[in-house]
Design a protein around this ligand. Structure first.
Ligand code: MN
Length: 222
């Protein structure tokens, strides 16, 4: 019969492994009660949102994905989130959805979600999709209605409508608020601006090229 794990090295290893599992394999933290509907107006700062006292079925309801979003954007695509900011009942549950609509030739430009893996299901149309690993290897595929594709957590990915018709997907995330960093906007539309000296060296181009791209991503002046 095996001895119980009582020696110091054995105990330390078990502790390390359990901590490793909790901190590395988990996405959003696990919940500690049945529900914790987000109080989006609270001034308290916590990881996620504080729970509000009076809740109804509407806190778990959202109809905003029923219809296509307007795709007359500079990229020809629009993302409609169904995350904790729209559905307060998602607070602490570690999941959310989005709907993405694409005009013909529309692009959901390269971006990452720091807090979630994404799985998309094609509602309509045809898309070229892909993600790039940290070894700079591109995995890409053409997908069509009814098909599914996965974008692993944190990796840069995109979807492009190469079809002649509009396209749409439902995206699922293992986070109540996956967060999105769009590469172009992050680097060329940040406020305050990322210095030209950083971008010219990073992209191996001149100030003129950098300023041209910055002008395309500049926040719209009202
Ligand atoms: Mn995405």
């Amino acid at each position: 019969m095996d001895k119980p794990c009582s020696s110091f090295p054995c105990f330390s290893l078990s502790l390390f492994l359990s901590l490793f599992t909790t901190t590395v394999l988990a996405a959003d933290p696990d919940l500690l009660q049945d529900v914790c509907v987000a109080d989006l107006n609270s001034n308290l700062k916590v990881n996620g949102f504080p729970c509000k006292a009076d809740i109804t079925a509407d806190d778990f309801f959202f109809k905003g994905l029923a219809n296509p979003g307007a795709t007359n954007t500079s990229m020809g695509s629009v993302v409609t989130g169904a995350n904790v900011e729209k559905i307060p009942g998602l607070n602490t549950l570690g999941v959310s959805l989005a709907r993405i609509d694409y005009a013909p030739d529309g692009l959901n430009p390269p971006h990452t979600h720091p807090r979630a893996t994404e799985v998309i299901f094609v509602l309509e149309g045809e898309l070229k999709v892909g993600f790039i690993t940290t070894s700079n290897k591109l995995f890409t595929k053409n997908i069509t209605k009814g098909e599914v594709f996965v974008f692993p957590r944190g990796l840069v990915h995109f979807q492009k409508n190469n079809g002649a018709e509009p396209a749409a997907v439902i995206a699922a995330f293992n986070s109540q608020l996956p967060g999105t960093q769009s590469i172009g906007t992050t680097l060329f539309g940040a406020s305050p601006e990322v210095p030209d000296s950083v971008l010219t060296k990073a992209f191996q181009v001149g100030t003129k090229e950098v300023d041209k791209i910055k002008s395309r991503f500049a926040p719209k002046k009202i």
